[in-house]
Design a protein around this ligand. Structure first.
Ligand code: 5GP
Ligand code: ZN
Length: 113
């Protein structure tokens, strides 16, 4: 069975997409943990950061630049964002397709729980 985020990429399940191109997609988290909570994913299925390979550099570099652009388009430039990747089970990863949480619109504490 294909993973949940591959289904979002293939539009087999709907989501509120705010950006997409040939390499990545960004959409709102279904269970937001902050006033702004966006997930940014590579279109390619890669289970976690622990599985990244050298060939993924272009996609992942592109993804980071698009997160930077999203900070501005989401109105968070000059304020702050918490960018989170939960990698593997002990870190709390529940969907095994790489995704970065981009959270903003409130203050965050450190260390995280
Ligand atoms: P993780 O726990 O793996 O770091 O994060 C998975 C995130 O995916 C969670 O914040 C969860 O709310 C979100 N999520 C799970 N299923 C869906 C879905 O079908 N649509 C959207 N938009 N978000 C989802
Ligand atoms: Zn996937």
């Amino acid at each position: 069975m294909k993973c949940m985020f591959c289904k979002i990429v293939n539009r087999e399940i709907s989501s509120e997409i705010i950006y997409e191109d040939d390499k990545i997609m960004a959409f709102y988290d279904i269970n937001p943990q902050a006033p702004v909570h966006v997930l940014v994913i590579p279109r390619k299925h890669i289970a976690s950061i622990a599985e990244l390979e050298e060939d993924d550099c272009a996609v992942m570099g592109h993804l980071m630049v698009k997160i930077s652009e999203l900070i501005t388009s989401l109105g968070l430039a000059g304020r702050g964002v918490r960018i989170v990747n939960n990698c593997l089970a002990e870190a709390g990863q529940s969907v095994f397709h790489i995704h970065f949480h981009v959270l903003g619109g409130r203050f965050f504490t450190w260390p995280p729980g």
